[in-house]
Design a protein around this ligand. Structure first.
Ligand code: GAL
Length: 431
């Protein structure tokens, strides 16, 4: 008998800017134009053509693979091109996409904001500006009114801590401030935005389920017997996961090595579910020169090499460990992203099987996990990596627009159809 509950969601995930194409009015469009900003020198361009009409056919591919859900996001810059002015045609396009999903039997998990900001919001200073949470609340309210009859499962924001580190403490994502205090301010404002967005959706849709999506890599000391490795690993964990978990549980944003304690505005009770984006494990070695990354250096060999390999080493038990931590929040759990970039698709099939097997164990242990979404359905624009790190179940030929299923697509389809890992694919027997 399958470990998965009857209503378990098996899907894949995308985000607006990464697949839509032509998002001229957000912060990423401008950022991509800067020389050297994107690893392969490419731009999002037409992306996977979703806005121009290809969303529906890709969703049909997902359904044909046996998936019963899809996670996607709204592009704030399309829907509110100027503060307070909403674009009816853009809402119509999303309605068409959501209707197609429903007709295909796909339940949609809809993220209100997946990293990109409208250019006008970026000009204010992005998430460092104190008005951003209220502006986001206005957007959330409108989105719930326009699309609420089509969507039950909402997420406010995607990975606040990743955005804070990459874009505000770091300089690889817009606005690239490279100021640690900005990251803390941005994080606080994103938590406030979550709380306000939660309220806004619930005011319109009392029965909606509104969650937040966190990225929680598994940071482990490179040498567990070395105290400084343990300290560096736990500092990195705090920066990504611990700070968020603490804020969601105790309503207080606190940072290590600082006396800063800020009340996180009214978070208590404002979470109906939580999403885990999980890619892998990092082995952390203390390094006094690595002040910018909490005195920790990652020492494991990347599974697939690129200039920047930010996804860690595959480690399904890390996913279970993070789900166990999240269970302390007392709300249902979803794995909202899991996958690996693997151009040859030689390792991804096994990666997917191992992670679904780990999920079976987690559920058997009593964790209330309600869905699993592979990142991603089709190759897409991978932020600062451009098009150099393909994550898709489908390979995308950008010149022709052709989609080709990778072996991973078939392997995941077999899992979705059986609603468990079929015996022939189980790792004990896998090649
Ligand atoms: C996540 C992010 C996605 C995608 C993925 C793979 O952190 O939410 O947008 O880029 O990583 O890198």
């Amino acid at each position: 008998m399958t470990a998965f509950p009857a209503r378990f969601l098996f899907g894949s995930a995308t985000s607006s800017h990464q697949v839509e194409g032509g998002n001229h009015h957000n912060d990423w469009w401008d950022w991509e134009a800067r020389p050297g900003a994107i690893a392969d020198g490419e731009r999002s361009g037409d992306a996977a053509g979703w806005w121009a009409g290809r969303a529906e056919e890709d969703l049909a591919r997902a359904a044909a693979l046996g998936q019963n859900a899809h996670r996607m996001s709204l592009e704030w810059s399309r829907l509110e091109p100027e503060p307070g002015r909403f674009d009816r045609a853009a809402f119509d396009r999303y309605r068409a996409i959501l209707d197609a999903a429903r007709a295909l039997g796909l339940e949609v998990a809809l993220t209100l904001n997946h990293f990109t900001l409208p250019s006008w919001a970026a000009k204010l200073g992005g998430w460092t500006h104190p008005n951003l949470p209220a502006l986001f609340e206005g957007f959330a309210d409108r989105a719930a009114r326009e699309l609420g009859d089509r969507v039950a499962l909402w997420a406010t924001l995607n990975e606040p801590s990743v955005l804070a580190w990459m874009a505000y403490a770091g300089d690889r994502w817009p606005p690239g401030e490279k100021r640690l205090p900005s990251a803390f301010v941005a994080m606080r404002h994103m938590l406030e935005a979550h709380a306000r967005g939660y309220e806004a959706v619930h005011r319109v849709l009392p029965h909606a389920e509104v969650g937040l999506v966190l990225n929680m890599p598994w940071f482990v000391p490179a040498d567990p017997s070395r105290r400084l490795d343990r300290v560096a690993a736990s500092l990195q964990d705090w920066a990504f996961s611990g700070a968020m978990l603490h804020a969601l549980r105790h309503g207080e944003l606190r940072f290590p090595l600082s006396w800063t304690r800020r009340r996180a505005p009214s978070l208590a009770g404002r979470l109906d579910w939580v999403g885990l984006n999980y890619y892998g494990r990092f082995d952390v070695r203390f390094d006094p020169r690595a002040a910018g990354s909490a005195f920790g250096r990652h020492v494991q060999e990347p599974t697939v090499k690129t200039e920047h390999n930010d996804w860690g080493r595959p480690s399904p038990e890390g996913m279970v460990a993070q789900l166990e931590r999240l269970a302390a929040l007392g709300v249902p759990l979803y794995v909202t992203e899991n996958g690996m970039f693997d151009p040859d698709d030689t390792r991804r099939p096994r990666y997917l099987v191992e992670h679904v097997e780990a999920l079976e164990r987690a559920i058997a242990r009593g964790l209330d996990v309600r869905g699993y979404f592979v990142w991603s359905l089709v190759d897409n624009f991978e932020w600062a990596e451009g098009w150099s790190t393909p994550f898709g179940l489908y390979a995308l030929d950008r010149a022709s627009g052709a989609r080709t299923p990778r072996r991973s697509a078939e392997v995941y389809a077999a899992i979705c159809r059986a609603r468990e890992v079929p015996t022939a694919l189980r790792t004990a027997r896998a090649d």
